[in-house]
Design a protein around this ligand. Structure first.
Ligand SMILES: [Zn+2]
Length: 89
């Protein structure tokens, strides 16, 4: 997973009301590209907090309690969020 550009991050922040698209956290947010070939498209990016990113990148730290938020994220109307949520589950 790659970090999204500053421009994409700014769009993600406005799209999502500055909340993590997985757990709803409002701090430590960063934009990530789900589909690396299309980094410029906001639709292929998600806004995630540091906790979610750490757990995605190091699966051995996965906290089952934290990932309960994913049962909501899989129904997110945004395709990138939904895709990533299914992949984690
Ligand atoms: Zn989060």
């Amino acid at each position: 997973m790659m970090t999204a550009s500053a421009a994409v991050k700014a769009e993600l922040l406005s799209r999502d009301g500055s909340r993590c698209e997985f757990c709803g956290a409002e701090s430590d947010l960063e934009g990530y590209t789900v589909a690396p070939r299309d980094q410029s498209a906001v639709d292929s990016c998600v806004l995630l907090c540091g906790t979610c990113v750490t757990q995605l990148q190091t699966p051995e730290t996965l906290d089952a309690n934290h990932w309960r938020c994913l049962s909501d994220a899989v129904w997110n109307e945004n395709g990138a969020v939904e895709f990533l949520a299914w992949r984690v589950l």
